[in-house]
Design a protein around this ligand. Structure first.
Ligand SMILES: Nc1ncnc2c1ncn2[C@@H]1O[C@H](COP(=O)(O)OP(=O)(O)O)[C@@H](O)[C@H]1O
Ligand SMILES: O=P(O)(O)OC[C@H](O)CO
Length: 493
């Protein structure tokens, strides 16, 4: 019997379930969006119960599409990271909506802690910055704002989790309260060097240890899923945050390998080996993955608006009908004609971390039209990637070995080539671009003995298209200088 694996990719806007065969082909898939709630300026919430219902529904749908003889050996879970859920251990009901990673309600708390000089020590322990993005201040907010929550927590009645932990709890009917080392690494409560919850950080954020889940390897026994699967019982055997799972799916297992995902935003991670490399460029240091108790580390940089800028062209400017229209528009021009779009719509992420910066378009003339703007939107992603790669190679003190790309935006062949041209680095697109779900399936497969080790996974990675840099050095330098000038104007305004 061929063993298949059910991979769950619980993202920010939708839940996906995909069944992969042992050789890595997609046998079935189902996807469903869920509601986004914006109750106040800068607040973003999800209904954790709805996430559970939608996620278990897509699992049932993907399983129902399988042929009668298709056996499923187990489940891998990957998820939007940092999003924070607190629930009652007895009722299994959340005590407050999930506070999403994008939520900024704790900005003032973080600023006050920064002013009190707390950030350097926190960064040393966690590899992260003192920012509302991460879970700790969100968790403290829930405990402080839901009536009676602190008392319930002190009686051991509450559980905290990121979305992986919440789903594991629901699938196992409250039998397992666990997370993996990558998700734990995004909470600001986990020491990435000792790979344990850190008492100093718990004290600093006023978090009782009683709410925390057990931290396991990415390939481990996370219990038996007995709920939500229409009567099936399947072991949960692999868990990783989505960007970390994409590293696994892209086979980035040695220092200098980078995976960069271009969806709504862009997240680039560079493997840096078995020591956590601190950043002097305000990149994040994080656990890339942990197998058999041994952590591997990565440097991470994020761009807030990648495909989201293309959505803006479609939904707000109305200059394209579909995201894919940008490809022909960009290709229709012989050059960018000096037009640059700095997509700081929600501030700028790494390495700038300027939450108050706002977007701009520079270099417009009477002659400029939709093609110039569409091209500038695509090029912006390439310049920002260049900036991240520069910061990464400087921090890691190692050259780039490979740049593997994925995500919905990278279907765009013009963008793929521009990425190689502007970064000066060959960009590799794999045949299966659902690398996040595939990574979760690989992790479960490792635990279940379907794969014997990482070499098995490396062997399964297949190149679909390679973009080699072709742009002349002179044009590249000019464009990078003009980008820098547009960026500086934006940062100074
Ligand atoms: N051919 C294309 N060219 C440019 N952008 C695209 C293209 N196809 C999709 N996108 C963009 O990619 C994003 C969708 O990618 P996806 O990986 O599904 O994102 P996410 O997982 O973050 O929801 C959208 O923001 C869309 O605008
Ligand atoms: O759900 P995505 O793909 O937008 O990813 C979200 C990230 O994990 C947030 O850190």
């Amino acid at each position: 019997m061929t063993p298949n694996i059910l991979a769950i990719d619980q993202g920010t806007t939708s839940s996906r379930a995909m069944v992969f065969s042992a050789s890595g082909e997609v046998k079935s898939r189902a996807q469903k969006e869920f509601d986004q709630h914006f109750p106040a300026d800068g607040w973003v919430e999800h209904d954790a119960m709805q996430i559970w219902q939608v996620t278990s529904q897509v699992c049932r749908d993907a399983l129902a599409q399988l042929a009668g003889g298709d056996a499923v050996a187990g489940i891998g879970i990957t998820n939007q990271r940092e999003t924070t859920v607190v629930w009652n251990r007895t009722s299994g009901e959340p005590i407050y909506p999930a506070i999403v990673w994008q939520d900024r309600r704790t900005a003032e708390t973080c600023k006050a802690m920064q002013s009190a000089g707390k950030e350097p020590d926190i960064t040393d322990r966690t590899g992260l910055l003192l920012d509302p993005y991460f879970s700790a201040s969100k968790l403290a907010w829930i405990l402080d704002h839901v009536e009676g929550a602190r008392q319930q927590a002190s009686r051991g009645e509450l559980a905290f989790g990121t979305i992986d932990t919440w789903l594991i709890w629901k699938f196992t009917n409250g039998k397992v309260h666990a997370t993996d080392a990558t998700n734990a690494s995004r909470t600001l409560l986990f020491n990435i060097h000792t790979q344990q919850w850190d008492d100093t950080l718990l004290k600093l954020f006023n978090i009782p240890a009683s709410v925390l889940p057990e931290v396991k390897d990415c390939a481990a026994d996370f219990g038996m899923a007995t709920e939500g699967l229409a009567g099936r019982h399947l072991p949960i055997a692999g868990v990783a945050g989505d960007q970390h799972a994409a590293m696994i799916g892209q086979g980035c297992f040695s220092p200098g390998m980078i995976k960069s995902t271009y969806g709504t935003g862009c997240f680039a991670l560079m493997h840096t080996g078995n020591t956590a490399q601190p950043s002097s460029n305000r990149l994040l240091t994080t656990t890339a993955y942990r197998l058999a108790g041994v952590p591997q580390y990565a440097l991470e940089g994020s761009i807030f608006m990648a495909g989201a800028t293309v959505q803006w062209l479609r939904d707000k400017l109305g200059i394209i009908n579909n995201a894919s229209d940008t490809e022909a528009l960009a290709a229709s021009l012989p050059s960018n004609k000096g037009v640059y779009l700095v997509p700081a719509f929600t501030g700028l992420g790494a390495p700038h971390w300027q939450p108050d910066a706002r977007a701009s378009i520079c270099g417009l003339t009477r002659d400029s039209g939709r093609a110039e703007i569409a091209r500038a939107a695509l090029e912006a992603v390439c310049y920002q990637t260049y900036d991240l790669l520069q910061a990464m190679t400087e921090d890691a003190q190692m050259p780039i070995k490979t740049l593997r790309v994925d995500g919905g935006m990278i279907d765009n062949n013009w963008l793929l080539q521009a990425l190689a041209d502007i970064t000066g680095c060959s960009a590799e697109r794999p045949s299966i671009t659902e690398t996040t779900a595939q990574g979760a399936a690989f992790l479960a497969g490792l635990q279940l003995g379907i794969y014997q080790g990482l070499d098995d996974i490396t062997d399964r990675w297949q190149l679909e298209r390679l973009a080699v840099p072709k742009m002349s050095e002179a044009i590249r330098t000019t464009q990078l200088n003009e980008w820098r000038s547009a960026l500086n104007k934006t940062l100074q305004s």
